[in-house]
Design a protein around this ligand. Structure first.
Ligand code: EZ4
Ligand code: CO
Length: 402
């Protein structure tokens, strides 16, 4: 079997997605996701102009060799654009291999280690009560784990909390909007959200929280300590992670479990964090983490140090990545949890899929390959629209670390 053709298709059914379609001479077609929120066209060009001409004519079964060829062969290694492009090719090839062999991708990754993948979803609100009301609805739907975020009194808008009644969507069309931030106000308020949650929901439901890299290590240590009575499943992205040893300070002070890695694109971004046991969950995603080939290696490395997986799963990952993450999640031994934000109805229509949610868990389905399809004709009705993640400033105007 040979790769006979490959093309990039960009659409915006509610938000932007970059999709790679790989065709073979035997008629088997594979899909990959190359979406990089706010920088979509850079990955599209990287694929179309530089990668795809090199993959035509190759054997799609050689996932390892082709990964190394695109990683080592480029000379310029790593980075979100490069690694999202490599991931798109890699995932499309796993999809092709599964379809060609007539088996779901999880069987190519070691087979099922579990029946379903524990997922958490997002509950947000301007006020504590609103966030808890939303969480209550999700718990009624069967969710066993919920991420809670709420507005901070005294701050006009907060990242992660929707402005209107629309569901929360990280990217906004047009130019980047700006949010304000105060670590002082946030540190006082955040524990109240979780105190309220434990009073209302009891001790069993898993609660998670995302700091979006806004704190310094010692501030994050204080937050972790103040949240200990509410025993979070994890505290995510407490500090920016370029300086990996920052996490050592957090670790010295608190038993709140720590998750990080949604912006990582290589195991090298997490090596010290894992090796020193400064984190509990690695949040690298299939699409931004170099595909299934690289993420499997990162997970296996993490397993040695008692670190479990907790893949990023916001709406900026297309259903193709969601499907890939579920095959990965049911198979990898040290799976922890998977993030699951609901896609819009338009997105679900453009990407029909066999994965589903039931009783707190998700399953990838048993279709050969990934079990996700792409309706390219329908996608054409939703052309790309420029969109960005918001920018955040402190009260005096200084840009935050993130
Ligand atoms: O900022 O998906 O855990 N989820 C998050 C998201 C991310 C966006 C980035 O594209 O932090 O809101
Ligand atoms: Co996050």
């Amino acid at each position: 079997m040979k790769i006979s053709n490959a093309r990039v298709s960009i659409c915006s059914p509610g938000r932007n997605f970059v999709t790679l379609v790989v065709e073979t001479d035997e008629g088997v077609i594979g899909l990959g996701d190359a979406t990089l929120n706010g920088r979509e066209l850079a990955v599209a060009s990287y694929l179309t102009d530089h990668v795809l001409p090199c993959v035509i004519g190759r054997d799609p079964f050689q996932t390892e060799d082709l990964w190394q060829y695109l990683y080592r062969g480029a000379y310029w290694r790593r980075g979100p654009v490069t690694m999202a492009a490599i991931a798109a090719v890699d995932v499309a090839l796993w999809d092709i291999k599964g379809k060609a062999l007539g088996t779901p991708v999880y069987n190519l990754l070691g087979g099922k280690s579990r029946e379903g993948v524990l997922v958490y979803t997002h509950a947000n609100g301007k006020e504590v009560a609103q966030a808890l009301d939303q969480a209550s609805c999700y718990i009624d739907e069967g969710y066993l784990a919920v991420r809670l975020q709420c507005g901070v009194p005294g701050l006009a808008s907060t990242y992660g909390v929707p402005k209107g009644d629309q569901p929360y969507e990280p990217a906004e069309r047009g130019l980047p909007s700006e949010n304000v931030w105060s670590s002082e106000k946030y540190l006082v308020h955040a524990p109240r959200l979780f105190e309220g949650a434990r009073m209302r929901f009891g001790e069993d439901v898993h609660l998670l929280h995302d700091v979006h890299h806004r704190l310094t290590p010692i501030e994050a240590a204080r937050l972790g300590k103040s949240l200990e009575p509410y025993h979070l499943f994890w505290l995510e992205d407490p500090v920016p992670a370029e300086l990996q040893s920052g996490f050592k300070i957090i670790r010295q002070h608190t038993t709140t479990p720590i998750a990080v890695g949604e912006v990582f694109n290589s195991l090298w971004d997490a090596r010290e964090l894992i090796q020193n046991q400064w984190i509990d969950y690695l949040r690298m995603s299939v699409v931004h983490g170099g595909g299934l080939t690289h993420l499997k290696k990162a997970a296996d490395y993490a397993d040695v140090y008692h670190v479990r997986t907790g893949c990023h799963g916001a709406t900026d990952l297309s259903p193709i990545t969601m499907g890939a993450a579920l095959h990965f999640g049911v198979s990898v031994h040290n799976f922890g949890i998977q993030e699951y934000m609901h896609h819009s109805a338009e997105t679900e229509e453009v990407f029909p899929h066999g994965y589903r949610f039931e009783g707190g868990y998700m399953t990838p389905g048993d279709a050969p390959g990934l079990g996700v399809e792409y309706n390219e004709e329908l996608a054409k009705r939703f052309p790309y629209q420029r969109a960005y993640l918001p920018v955040n400033r402190k009260l005096d105007g200084t840009l935050t670390d993130w």
